[in-house]
Write a protein that binds this ligand. Structure first.
Ligand SMILES: NC(=O)C1=CN([C@@H]2O[C@H](COP(=O)(O)OP(=O)(O)OC[C@H]3O[C@@H](n4cnc5c(N)ncnc54)[C@H](OP(=O)(O)O)[C@@H]3O)[C@@H](O)[C@H]2O)C=CC1
Ligand SMILES: CC(=O)N[C@@H](CCC(=O)OP(=O)(O)O)C(=O)O
Length: 344
């Protein structure tokens, strides 16, 4: 059994990790941290877990977590995981960070967009945790930077096109996210009266996921890719729909596009390519680790429109983190994750 610890167990991604891991046949949950609710059982905070995980929350103690576990998930605000990763690696403990600390190739980019001091991680095997792209490297990883939720939907949506060189290097991305993307801490923007029956853009052209998308899309393309990004808060709990507008280098028909996607993802269980004419919807992936991708060719504007959906808390965070854990520990990748979406 793989012994796991979760730092930030009471956050939305933390509790989603527990939902998945408490039904995972190869895992034992050893340690759960909370700075606000410690000494309570997690199932006293989230009743959905009663009988599945009644473990008592402990105060945040990285030494204790590391000494009891083979892998720790850091489901904390960005900036915490980088402080403990070197020591974890020394102890042979794997780190899967759901925040942004390990997503960037260049520390200066992290610093510019997220702020704060940064440890030097030279010499540590640190991998961007998108299994569909980096599976082989993840097998050897000591530390995984689990991708951001919007970047997961966008990178999976665009990767086949950039690898095949059929679009130009500037893309326009319009994304909508459910409110759970903002975590469980209340804020003015996330209040019911602000979100219900409302949809609003935020952080237009300055969201922190822009450099992450550009980093990975540029590597896929071999050339600099620029992303114009407008995220929106949508009146739903979970889900991300990203719509991407891409200028075609030459005319292509929709069946060719379908063949490119179907071939690129033919061995990827968690990515489903929809047949031409079918468009993805967040409800079709709700509560699951799947990404659905659909597209349309706008001949008039020589533009390919790609639509990609994920559940932000599953493929966009905790499900993907468990997928990475399975890969690292040589466990069948679907284990604990083979869930059909909740529909309707
Ligand atoms: N929500 C989403 O859809 C996604 C989130 N992420 C990233 O995952 C991480 C967690 O996000 P999410 O679960 O939504 O966030 P939440 O705000 O819901 O939870 C954060 C958790 O961290 C704990 N915490 C907060 N500050 C500290 C601190 N200083 N020291 C120790 N513990 C602390 C909080 O609770 P307590 O007070 O009980 O300790 C809580 O358990 C973030 O980095 C986020 O950006 C990534 C992809 C998607
Ligand atoms: C709806 C909503 O607020 N979503 C969050 C996405 C959280 C996330 O994935 O951010 P990190 O890169 O810090 O992990 C946001 O836009 O900030």
């Amino acid at each position: 059994m793989v012994r796991v610890g979760i730092f930030g167990a009471t956050g939305y991604t933390g509790v989603e990790l527990i939902r998945i891991l408490s039904k995972h046949e190869k895992v034992e949950i050893k340690y759960l941290s909370s700075q606000s609710y410690n000494t309570k059982a997690i199932s006293d905070v989230y009743s959905s877990l009663i009988g599945f995980c009644d473990k008592v929350l402990e105060e945040v103690d990285f030494q204790k977590g590391m000494s009891e576990c083979d892998v720790i998930f850091t489901a904390l605000p960005s900036g915490h995981a980088s402080k403990i990763a070197r020591e974890a690696v020394k102890k042979g403990v794997k780190v899967i960070d759901l925040g942004a600390d390990f997503r960037f190739d260049e520390y200066s980019v992290y610093k510019e967009w997220y702020g704060g001091d940064y440890e030097n991680y030279e010499g540590i095997k640190r991998v961007y945790g998108l299994p569909e792209v980096y599976r082989e490297k993840i097998k050897e990883a000591q530390v995984v930077g689990n991708p951001g939720c919007y970047p997961t939907s966008v990178i999976l949506g665009l990767m086949p096109l950039l690898k095949n060189g059929i679009i130009e290097g500037n893309v326009i991305v319009d994304s909508k996210s459910g409110v759970s993307g903002a975590g469980h801490n209340p804020s003015h923007n996330n209040m019911y009266a602000e979100c219900n029956e409302n949809i609003k853009a935020y952080n237009v052209a300055k969201h922190r996921h822009i450099p992450e998308m550009e980093q990975e899309l540029s590597k896929a393309s071999g050339e600099k890719v620029s992303v114009v990004f407008t995220p929106h808060l949508a009146p739903m709990t979970r889900g991300i729909l990203s719509t991407m507008y891409c200028k075609l280098k030459k005319e292509v028909n929709i069946d060719t596009v379908y063949d490119i996607y179907a071939d690129f993802y033919k061995n990827e269980y968690f990515v489903k390519v929809l047949k031409p004419g079918n468009y993805p919807a967040t409800k079709n992936v709700y509560g699951s680790n799947f990404c659905h991708i659909g597209f349309e060719v706008d001949k008039h504007a020589n533009t390919l429109i790609v639509m990609s959906v994920i559940d932000n808390l599953v493929k966009g965070a905790s499900g993907q983190a468990v997928q990475n854990m399975n890969i690292i520990f040589g466990i069948e990748e679907k284990t604990g994750l083979d869930m059909i979406a909740v529909y309707p």
